[in-house]
Structures are given as structure tokens and as C-alpha cells.
Design a protein around this ligand. Structure first.
Ligand SMILES: NC(=O)C1=CN([C@@H]2O[C@H](COP(=O)(O)OP(=O)(O)OC[C@H]3O[C@@H](n4cnc5c(N)ncnc54)[C@H](O)[C@@H]3O)[C@@H](O)[C@H]2O)C=CC1
Ligand SMILES: C[C@H](O)[C@@H]1OC(=O)[C@H](O)[C@@H]1O
Length: 254
């Protein structure tokens, strides 16, 4: 059963990792997909090719989510190409691991701007379009288990993920009257570029694996199903919710 047949799905930071897996997952479920990406063209173009090979339309639009103009441009180009916006997946994020006491202000600023301001502008731009269209929509934000627990080298990052989670709660209220649902997924530790260096420390990786009741760290594809579900009409009465996708890591105290 295809859950997103005929829908237009926009995803930020979609050329790699969780965003890319969500883009392919949405296309497998019948959606046309617009991808925002910030860096090299190659991975974005290969994601477009993968989606087109599935028989769906795809569009890659370059832009830094920290700039509010990027959100307006992304939504406008997606509407030009596909005629509408049904789903926004706000996924782009950075996590430059750093100790707290000597954290440079620029690293804090940039992390906040990309992860939180970026999500805010994208969600707002998509919501404005959905309200204008008048037939509702779904917004899924990629928050984190880090919205709920701290990290010694993530003092600049975890507040942004708590912020994204909170943004979905408040926008669920602000947008419910328009039939727009807003939810977040809270991934645990997923093997992607964002933590490649951090998890190159074998001891740390083993520790994180041992904390996970399902016995392994996550793959980007582990997020595709939960994101597609929350984006779909299967979740028609779900809004303001946060779905942990962490192999059980959060509940594993002892
Ligand atoms: N990998 C993990 O363990 C977890 C990741 N997350 C979140 O998942 C999201 C995706 O990250 P991953 O797939 O893990 O890593 P990733 O590094 O593969 O993906 C992040 C994507 O965001 C893009 N990006 C970065 N800055 C951007 C900007 N200014 N404008 C537009 N795009 C930008 C990157 O180019 C990249 O494609 C992030 O928001 C991250 O915080 C949440 C919990 C756990
Ligand atoms: C980047 C981290 O490995 C990853 O990001 C998160 O949000 C989780 O806290 C994981 O630690």
C-alpha cells in the first residue's frame, strides 16, 4: 500500500543520511519529492536520479536553511515544479561536537541558526503555502533523543533539538485549524555523516550500541517508515506528537 500517492513532499538536508532515506522512502510511497541541499551537487543529483528511477518526479534546490530566503525560494520552486506542497520534512542539521567551557560563540550561533532558525523558517514557509492551498498538510521535524537528554559535547546542539520538538508542539496548535498536522521524530544514534568522526572512537561506539536494547545503532532507513507514516493520512489524528526512533536507547537506564 502506497501511503503518499500523489503528494508533494519537501525535505531539507535531503542529499545524505536521514533526509535522503526519507526522500527515497517518500518516493517509494508514491510522492514527488523536492530536496533542499547545502553542499555538493553530486549527492543531491544522485538522489534525484534514484527517485526518478522509482517513477516519481524529483527536484533538487540548493540553499542554506539558516537564511530565511532559502525557505521562500525552496517552497516557490517546489510549487513551480509540482504545483503544491503537501508535506514538509524539516531535517537539515549539524552537530559539531565541542566541549562546553571553550565553546566558540560562532559554533553556537551557527548550530542554532541551522538547526533551529532553519527549521522555523522552513516550517513557516511551507505552512503559509499549505494555508493558501486550503487543503491541510503535514509537517514532520527531525528532532532527536537529544531533545530529552543531554550530551557533554552537545551543549549547543541539544537545546536546538528541544527547540525543534517544542516548535512542533506550538505549530500543531497554531496550524490545527487549517488541517495541518505537526509532529517530530526523535532519532537515537543513527550511523550517518553527522557522527562519523565521533563514532570512529570504537569504545564510544560500543558503549552506544550496548545502551541500545535492540542491539545495534540505527541506519538512516530506520527513519523512513516513521517519517512516511507521520506524513501520511494513516496519522490523520496525530498532531503535536513526538515519536522516539531509537532502538529503545532512551528507556534503557539499567
Ligand atoms: N545521526 C544521528 O544520530 C541523529 C541525527 N539527528 C538529526 O537528523 C538530521 C539529519 O542528520 P543526519 O542524517 O544524521 O546527518 P547528515 O549529516 O547526513 O545530514 C544532515 C544534512 O543536513 C545538511 N545541512 C547541513 N547544514 C545545512 C544547511 N545550512 N542548509 C541545508 N542543509 C544543511 C547536510 O548537508 C546533510 O545533508 C539532523 O537534523 C540531525 O540533528 C537526530 C538524532 C540523531
Ligand atoms: C550526532 C549525534 O551522534 C547524534 O545526534 C543526536 O541527535 C543524537 O544525540 C546522537 O548522539
Amino acid at each position: 500500500m502506497k501511503l503518499l500517492e500523489g503528494k508533494t513532499v519537501l525535505i531539507t538536508g535531503a542529499s545524505t543520511g536521514i533526509g535522503r532515506a526519507a526522500a527515497i522512502g517518500a518516493a517509494r510511497h508514491g510522492a514527488d519529492v523536492a530536496l533542499n541541499y547545502a553542499h555538493s551537487d553530486g549527492p543531491a543529483q544522485s538522489c534525484v536520479a534514484e527517485i526518478e528511477a522509482l517513477g516519481r518526479r524529483a527536484l533538487a534546490v540548493k540553499g542554506d536553511v539558516a537564511d530565511p530566503e532559502t525557505a521562500r525560494d525552496f517552497v516557490a520552486k517546489a510549487v513551480d515544479a509540482f504545483g503544491k506542497v503537501d508535506v514538509m520534512v524539516s531535517n537539515a542539521g549539524i552537530c559539531p561536537f565541542h566541549s562546553f567551557l571553550d565553546m566558540p560563540a560562532e559554533v553556537v550561533e551557527r548550530t542554532f541558526r541551522v538547526n533551529l532558525h532553519g527549521a522555523y523558517y522552513m516550517v513557516q514557509a511551507a505552512a503559509r503555502q499549505m494555508v493558501e492551498q486550503g487543503h491541510g498538510g503535514a509537517i514532520v521535524a527531525v528532532s532527536s533523543i537529544s531533545a530529552l537528554v543531554g550530551g557533554e559535547f552537545q551543549t549547543h546542539y541539544t537545546p536546538t533539538k528541544a527547540g525543534v520538538h517544542s516548535l512542533m508542539q506550538s505549530t500543531a496548535i497554531a496550524l490545527g485549524k487549517y488541517g495541518i498536522r505537526c509532529n517530530s521524530v526523535l532519532p537515537g544514534t543513527i550511523l550517518t555523516e553527522i557522527n562519523r568522526d565521533d563514532l570512529a572512537d570504537v569504545e564510544k561506539r560500543r558503549y552506544m550500541e550496548a545502551r541500545t536494547p535492540l542491539g545495534r545503532l540505527g541506519q538512516p532507513e530506520d527513519l523512513a517508515g516513521p517519517i512516511v507514516f507521520l506524513a501520511s493520512d494513516m496519522a490523520a489524528y496525530v498532531t503535536g506528537a513526538a515519536l522516539l526512533v531509537d532502538g529503545g536507547m532512551y528507556v534503557n537506564l539499567q
